[in-house]
Ligand binder design. Sequence first.
Ligand SMILES: Cc1ncc(COP(=O)(O)O)c(C=O)c1O
Length: 465
Amino acid sequence: MKKLFCLILVLCLSLAAVSALAETGITIDNIRDYVVGLDTPVKLSDGTSRPLINFDNAATTPALKPVLDEVNEKLLMYGSIGRGFSIKSDYSSELYSSTRKKVLKFVNANSEKYTMFYVNNTTDGLNKLASALITSKDDVVLCTRMEHHANDLSWRERCKVIYAEVDKQGRIIYEDIERMLKENKVKYVAVTAASNVTGYVTDVHRIAKLAHQYGAQIVVDGAQIVAHRAFSMKGETPEEDIDFFVFSAHKMYSPFGGGAVVGIEEVLNDHMPTFYGGGMVELVSDKEVSWKSAPERYEAGSPNYPGVVGLGKAIEILQEVGFDAIQAHEQKLIHRLIDGLKKLPNVVLYGDCENVDDRVGVVSFNFSDINSMMLATRLAQVGAATRRGAFCAHPYVWRLMGIADEDVITFEGCIDAKTPGMIRASFGIYNTEAEVDEFLEMLQKAMEHVKNNLTDKDEDIPQEY
Ligand SMILES: Cc1ncc(COP(=O)(O)O)c(C=O)c1O
């Protein structure tokens, strides 16, 4: 009886999903109609108001209206997941597990080999994964110098980490990865699919092949790829398959918490995360605990239902807009911004700005004669959202800026105007070429403003970077 009920639920959910898809007709050209808060005015420092130009999408993305609507609608049927005895509880539990299938499909993962567990975000996912996979302080993980701290410190604090270098333009040196795999007994290679500083897209399947050749497995940080390019766990050959993939929902237009770790089921079942609680156990006695298998063993605690609902809907919308269209649109924006920036005096652009085919929509820059903190602050005051600093990828940023490690130690926090940093403009699928043009105008005015408004107080602030 329960099975029949579940079957009917699944059918209803699938029909609802199909009809929702058929109705929306969302494309890259009309996506602005579907973004929450795009037209909401914010109060500027001069007392006027205007909507933001939001070029801070690598940090987080606004919600899409269909995602918000879906969360609101599905909350009407919210009940405890995997724990309750009620119709709402059954409904929520069913939606929770059917979204797992959607996530697996999204990253082209064969459900006979892979499973997925929900997490709060990429940082949470990488830490949970590392807590399970690392079994000794002597385990060796090979990272790169391009990594966000989430995919560096979560390993560095648990075992021995060695790093493959990046070249002068900031691209990963693949030969270095191979050399280090040859010279060390590496257990895992942990690498980002796309950089949050330069937007470079990593050839993760090439690295997977190398890792497997030398007996290692590969963990891919997908935080910056999921909203920009289609991702496949499957390579052209089985050796190129990805073993683990981690990403956040808030970077793909569903800011309700949530994210996923996709991984090989058998391997996950051979390990235990160091994160404990209810929901992950079959039975607990005074002395013994029997653990559930993956994915539940990785999901202690009550699940984040809105996060899961939002993630599922965001996947649908991104697939509907289409990653080819997203990539083509983003490339136009990158070219336009870089071309405009190149015309500004004393600009310093990071990463390869001639060949940008392997970059997602992230452009980092600063000026050799203006303090980037003051400039980003001014941009914020006039309604342009960027990020400034070293973007939680300090070693990578210092390398790109040519700052030696000995000097880095003297910077505290990297958020102060006295510390070096870059300004990052990062695009979402809804940004336009007109916004890029307007941003460039705002930038020029902001540069003049900063230069013309220096006071004695600013004397000890370096007027560079
Ligand atoms: C490449 C990369 N990895 C990991 C993260 C961490 O993501 P979250 O803050 O969602 O945990 C980020 C966040 O900016 C990122 O850009």
